[in-house]
Design a binder for this molecule. Structure first.
Ligand code: BEZ
Length: 394
């Protein structure tokens, strides 16, 4: 009787040890498995070039870290969001449900990003927004798993209002696309401009991504305001700046713009853009070792000059790295990882920045002037500007 009992015990121990070994091996494998990063960015349409540079910037940082973040290899997944909010929920679910990514990096368009933020909140997927400025993402719709490496729409708009009021302009007109980014950027401009003693006489808009500016330019010419504030980006910005010049307005009504009007676009805008003043959290010729090294590395890798979108993509990777390094790549230590991301000081080409409690960069907004193919630094429009994070309860 004793013989079979002993061998049953031995067998039991052997099975337990084998199971334990399997579990440990599984854990080690999970530890080493590549981290799945899903890019949801525009690859087509007026913002296609912006998406391309965000992806290039992100991958540049990963490459500089030897192809790993927090010791983990990175596996990339991609969805073209077409800057189309009506397709955004389906598109983001391709990454969340089909590809089961660990992290989503996206996107450019505020309306698309708002739908992504909703899906990320509901599925508790880590989301890093590398451009879209929709205020609610780090405001009323904030969540502990949603971070931004770029800006809120309010930030460059507010800084432009400070600059325009400081120049003594009293009567402004604004012109933009009628969607979250345009509306919120104009709201930021108006807040600061009117606080500084100016008045926005009229807000002109057209639907995104329409570029039929002629009727609106005719209205500006008729009204003759002291200054025009504009927000456009990508292909639409190229057309707007050329049309503004062709309408004769460049010589008669000064433009003060959100910096996206002239970022990544100067080559295509040519003479029409020269001298345009704008506000943004980056300027091409910030003369620091960090920015110079970044621009050199970007140019060597991609045979192209970096712009603000490349910086934002690069910094999205830096933010993810800060979280992963704190937990040695163990994505299951989620709370510690998110806390490390929130507390990180990011050594960005734009200058070091930290995140607000709502997880949006607190950063200097620069005044720049378009010269040749550079947006040259002319000063700091507003130092360490923090988005108010209105309505955030998380
Ligand atoms: C936006 O939709 O938030 C956006 C798009 C392009 C440049 C900047 C902001």
């Amino acid at each position: 009787m004793s013989q079979p009992t002993t061998s049953r015990r031995t067998l039991g121990l052997t099975v337990a040890a084998a199971a334990c070994g399997l579990l440990l091996a599984g854990a080690a494998q999970a530890q080493q498995a590549p981290l799945k990063v899903g890019f949801m960015l525009p690859a087509t349409g007026t913002f296609a070039a912006l998406g391309d540079f965000i992806e290039k910037g992100f991958k540049l940082h990963v490459q500089e870290q030897g192809g790993k973040l927090g010791g983990r290899e990175i596996q990339y997944f991609k969805v073209d969001d077409e800057s189309d909010p009506s397709k955004a929920t389906d598109n983001v679910n391709k990454l969340i449900k089909r590809d089961q990514v660990d992290v989503i990096v996206g996107t450019v368009h505020s309306g698309v990003a708002l739908a992504m933020a909703r899906a990320a909140r509901e599925s508790n997927t880590l989301l890093i927004v590398p451009n879209a400025g929709a205020d609610a993402i780090t405001g009323a719709q904030c969540a502990k798993n949603i971070f931004r490496s770029s800006f809120s729409n309010w930030q460059p708009g507010y800084a432009a209002g400070v600059v325009a009021a400081g120049k003594g302009y009293k009567r402004a007109m604004t012109i933009t696309w009628n969607y979250a980014a345009g509306q919120e950027t104009v709201k930021g401009f108006t807040e600061a401009f009117e606080k500084g003693g100016g008045k926005v006489a009229k807000e002109l808009t057209l639907p995104f991504p329409n570029v039929e500016f002629q009727a609106l330019l005719t209205e500006i010419a008729a009204q003759k305001p002291d200054v025009v504030f504009a927000f456009f980006a990508g292909g639409g910005a190229v057309k707007f700046v050329k049309d503004y010049d062709a309408a004769g307005l460049k010589k008669t009504v000064p433009l003060v713009a959100s910096g996206f009007l002239t970022d990544g676009t100067l080559e295509a805008q040519g003479a029409s853009a020269q001298g345009i003043l704008s506000t943004l959290h980056y300027a091409d010729n910030i003369d620091t070792p960090r920015n110079n090294a970044f621009r050199k590395s970007f140019a060597l890798t991609y045979k192209a000059n970096a712009d603000v979108y490349a910086v934002q993509g690069y910094d999205a990777a830096q933010m993810l790295a800060a979280g992963l390094n704190a937990v040695k790549g163990d994505f299951s230590k989620r709370d510690a990882m998110l806390e490390a991301m929130n507390k990180a000081v990011i050594d960005s080409p734009r200058g070091k920045f930290s995140l607000s409690p709502q997880r949006n960069p607190v950063q200097d907004i620069f005044l720049r002037e378009a010269k040749g193919t550079n947006n040259e630094l002319r000063g700091v429009a507003v130092k360490a500007l923090a988005d108010p994070g209105r309505g955030c309860r998380g």
